[in-house]
Design a protein around this ligand. Structure first.
Ligand code: F6R
Length: 617
């Protein structure tokens, strides 16, 4: 995954592009580059390494232009190197391009271009794009030597029609120095607008300090940008209208605000994220409201199966929400990993409701699964944290978590916001269906409203977790155990630990331990148990007893009455309805992963090999 930024305005582009790249570094950080238009020629400064290194380059000071594009790379085609870094230009230095995505047919395109005399200097798929644009440009000029922006647009469009794959592109040209063209297909790109300036980015937070007014492109729509003008075109180059969306996020929410790392800040933002996500949707005495989801009782009665489809942490949020939907709505609900779902020929028809959860709204597998479900007749709902993201444009209905921008690669506040949203969705459906016990729903609503306060109380464990992290940070393996909903939290806790501390960890339903994994338990190994489900707590305690007998060191996260003296460390969290317990029990585990990562001196916000949103398959 890569990040792209663009600027066209009245100020020097370079500092704005560097600031944007720094904010987008979570998307990729093995190389970076900038290209600007300088007195009718294109200049490019790029290299492998981080944005900071780019910023310190001598040549960067020469970039004075007010039109520029920039890129932070996460290598897919070709190793991190200066040659492979973006921007890429065509052989004649007429066009410069940055690209996020993957060109699937780049071998064919490269062959075609080589047959036509073009040379390639990098191993990337992207380098075909400026050359392909130039190929069409040459053809146009041979027929009609007209240099209007329509020519620029036409040749970019022609190139895009040849490209198979995913892309968000920014293109500048020395022959059209006042313009920039941007287009996207299956990769994110947003356009921020002010009076005499236009900002382009892979995500909203990177440019939120400049504007709150954004345009979103659909697949294969083109924007022709000038500092004081934007025109939009469809694939046939008919001009189209686009509405501005006003984004309410606070620009400060994209800054660290005194926290050492974004992840820690985002962990502590969870009470606010949950409060904002609940919004006015829930009150104890009124029916739950989702204006954006106008489903009728008849439509819901027609649903005989629900799929929840997502990847990684978002999928874990789905697992945590499955039981509440089944309990309150009595509709069988299956949770699927998007990359599996899309290839397993799932049974879908017009009686299926498919819910897709994605913080970024740009995860390639989740989007593909959504398209498949929709094509097979399912009603589709997107749950996303990013207004206007791809997934929300594909789905029949979209509902938002209001967690604010999540910058750290490891997801924290988005997860808990997703869990609360699925709970509210279950209540909303149940109230329409008139199926559930009214008192039970009323109690659940009350508990939902109390959650922000209880999350605040849960933070009291931070210091003890920090001390525990000091004891185990050199461990090689950690086990997470739980039953029922606690097992879904075990999965998420284990993922957090792997991601940012690089410690191998496994999560198991506690009852499965004796069917194999217990063979791995030996003296001194750390086992973390989650015990919040009253009905299952004794069973899990028995399983943990088995690992204690084999010498394991244990940490327990619980809100139940258990014999605390059995365990090495016990973290007590507030009592809460079992459906909501993941929102509290995950917090000590997020903090544990964080403090272990710090203890090991790792880059918490940008763990190795990972990118924030996975926009390629
Ligand atoms: C883990 C994490 C990932 C994402 C997954 C889906 O901390 O962040 O597992 O949850 O890549 O991303 P979204 O939610 O953007 O679709």
């Amino acid at each position: 995954m890569c990040g792209i930024v663009g600027y066209i305005g009245t100020k020097k582009a370079c500092p704005i592009l560097l600031a944007g790249l720094t904010r987008l570094e979570y998307r990729g950080y093995d190389s970076a580059g900038i290209s600007t238009i300088e007195k009718d020629c294109i200049k490019i400064v790029k290299d492998k390494g981080r944005v900071k290194e780019l910023e310190n380059k001598k040549e960067i000071k020469d970039l004075q232009g007010t039109v520029g594009i920039a890129h932070t790379r996460w290598a897919t085609h070709g190793k991190p190197s200066k040659e492979n870094a973006h921007p890429h230009k065509d052989n004649s230095n007429t066009f410069s391009v940055v690209h996020n995505g993957i060109i699937e047919n780049y071998y064919d395109l490269r062959n075609l271009l080589e047959e036509n005399g073009y040379k390639f200097y990098s191993e990337t798929d992207t380098e075909v794009i400026p050359n392909l644009i130039h190929y069409y440009y040459k053809k146009e000029l041979a027929i009609n030597n007209e240099h209007t922006v329509q020519t620029f647009l036409r040749v970019v469009r022609n190139a895009c029609l040849d490209i198979k794959g995913s892309y968000a592109l920014e293109i500048i040209s020395k022959d059209f120095p006042e313009y920039m063209i941007v287009v996207r297909k299956d990769s994110p790109l947003v356009i921020g607008t002010c009076k005499d300036e236009k900002y382009i980015s892979s995500d909203i937070p990177a440019i939120l300090s400049y504007t709150r007014d954004f345009y979103f492109l659909n697949d294969l729509e083109f924007a022709v940008l000038k500092n004081d003008d934007i025109k939009f075109y469809d694939t046939n180059l008919n001009q189209i209208d686009k509405k501005i969306s006003n984004i309410e996020w606070d620009a400060m929410s994209s800054e660290k605000n005194g926290y050492e790392d974004f992840m820690l800040k985002e962990i502590y933002e969870q009470p606010t994220a949950i409060r904002e996500t609940i919004g006015s949707r829930i009150s104890v005495d009124n029916k739950c409201e989702f204006e954006e989801l106008p489903l009728t009782k008849k439509e819901l009665e027609n649903i005989d199966k629900i799929y929840i489809i997502a990847c990684g942490t978002a999928m874990h949020a789905g697992l945590a929400g499955k039981n509440v939907i089944e309990k309150l709505c009595r509709i069988p609900t299956e949770v699927d990993i998007a990359s599996e779902f899309r290839y397993r020929d799932p049974i879908i028809n017009n009686r299926t409701l498919s819910i897709f959860i994605s913080q970024s709204g740009e995860t390639a597998d989740t989007i593909a699964a959504l398209k498949l479900a929709k094509k097979s007749g399912s009603k589709t709902i997107a749950i996303s944290n990013v207004i206007g993201s791809s997934i929300t444009r594909e789905a029949d209905y979209s509902i938002y978590t209001h967690a604010g921008p999540e910058i750290a690669v490891a997801s924290t506040k988005a997860y808990t916001s997703q869990v609360i949203l699925v709970n509210m969705l279950a209540i909303y459906f149940a109230e329409i269906l008139e199926k559930s016990n009214k008192e039970e729903i009323r109690n659940l609503k009350k508990e939902i409203l109390e959650l922000p306060k209880k999350i605040g109380e849960t933070f009291n464990c931070a210091e003890r977790i920090k001390q525990f992290a000091k004891k185990i940070y050199q461990e090689k393996d950690v086990f997470f155990l739980g039953r029922g909903i606690d097992e879904t939290v075990a999965k998420e806790g284990s993922l957090k630990l792997k991601e940012i501390s690089y410690i191998h960890s496994e999560s198991y339903p506690a009852g499965e331990l004796k069917h194999g994994p217990i063979a791995l338990i030996e003296s001194g190994i750390t086992v973390i148990g989650i015990l919040t489900d009253k009905l299952l707590v004794d069973k899990t305690v028995n399983n943990i007893q088995e690992v204690i007998t084999r010498g394991a060191r244990t940490l327990i996260i619980t809100n139940q009455n258990v014999n605390y003296s059995m365990f090495d460390e016990v973290i007590i969290i507030p009592k809460v309805n079992t459906f909501l317990s993941p929102i509290l029990s995950i917090i000590p585990l997020q903090l544990l992963a964080y403090y272990i990562s710090k203890e090991k001196g790792l880059d918490v916000d940008k763990p190795r090999n990972l990118a924030k949103s996975v926009t390629v398959e």
